[in-house]
Design a protein around this ligand. Structure first.
Ligand SMILES: Cc1cc2nc3c(=O)[nH]c(=O)nc-3n(C[C@H](O)[C@H](O)[C@H](O)COP(=O)(O)O)c2cc1C
Length: 280
């Protein structure tokens, strides 16, 4: 049996070619009115499952996945709800010191499978600190390690922001993770084709889902830099898979702050190219 295991139910297929037309890698072709794997199709297939998803009759199976395994009920939020979610999303720096409800965590982890990756590479891994006690352990480990470098004056120049917070660090403040109860760390396989962008898309979707659940989130450059600084320890603490590198970090948890209004932002530079511009 081929690896693709592309099969068509002859009782359902109408030969409409929809699957062949939607295949992004020309891995399918029509033969005597039926879709089949094209020449070199096994090699070119990127495993996106579009043939399975797009078939109007539910006649296509691939990689052992059948139409019955797929979702069919699609509920979309209203555009003004999506716009409002983005307008009122704030970076949270005041969190409740408690583990979030399991139902919320399950919803967050469940959506991670739906993030797109370049060439459908799917080379992402997520380390999720899902318990506030475990997070406190990481917090304290990183705090002590930073403090030691401050005291021995061995911090690289890029960590001036740590030195500037020396006194509160000495008092035990969490200057890296804003006292968040959870973090998600996206790592990516080193040979992934779109390794710079895939993890960021995933975390952006994670943030949207988290905010829709009423959770606070923070993109955390501080944590990313600190994990680079203590890379060996971070890899161990976060169980980063061999051959993966940490790509970015997001804090999340129940917020301990409310914003009765949004901020007031100027629009960014936007250029509309409405006519074919001259090359000169
Ligand atoms: C890539 C990135 C890294 C960030 N790193 C941190 C961080 O380490 N600590 C922090 O408190 N906020 C961090 N932020 C949050 C920004 O400071 C925040 O987005 C900005 O102040 C605007 O606030 P808002 O997100 O509430 O609109 C980061 C944001 C981005 C996009």
């Amino acid at each position: 049996m081929s690896e693709m295991n592309f099969t068509v139910d002859p009782g359902k297929c109408t030969g409409c070619e929809t699957c062949v037309r939607d295949c992004p890698s020309a891995s399918l072709a029509m033969l005597d009115g039926t879709p089949v794997v094209a020449r070199f199709g096994e090699k070119s297939c990127i495993k996106c499952q579009h043939c399975l998803a797009v078939c109007p009759e539910g006649a296509v199976s691939i990689f052992g996945k059948n139409p019955e395994d797929c979702g069919t009920v699609k509920t979309l939020p209203q555009p003004e709800e999506v716009a409002s979610l983005y307008q009122f999303r704030r970076s949270c720096r005041q969190y409740k010191h408690k583990t979030i409800a399991k139902s919320k965590l399950d919803a967050l982890l469940g959506m991670l499978r739906w993030t797109p990756t370049g060439h459908n590479d799917r080379g992402l891994h997520f380390s999720v600190v899902d318990d506030v006690g475990a997070m406190d352990g990481i917090r304290s480990f990183i705090g002590s390690a930073l403090l030691q470098m401050v005291h021995t004056d061995t911090l690289p120049p890029a960590f001036r922001w740590v030195k500037m917070r020396r006194s509160i660090l000495e008092q035990g403040a969490d200057i890296v993770f804003a006292s968040a109860p959870h973090i998600i760390v996206a790592s990516v396989r080193d040979d992934s084709l779109c390794k710079e962008i895939d993890p960021i898309i995933a975390l952006a979707q994670f943030e949207t889902m988290a905010q829709s659940l009423g959770l606070g989130t923070t993109w955390c450059g501080f944590a990313y830099w600190v994990f680079q600084l203590f890379e060996k320890d971070a890899r161990k603490l976060l169980r980063i898979p061999e051959g993966h590198s940490i790509a970015y970090v997001m804090l999340f948890g129940e917020p301990d702050v409310e914003y009765p209004r949004s901020t007031s932002q100027e629009p960014p530079g936007i250029t509309l190219i409405s006519e074919m511009p001259s090359a000169n």
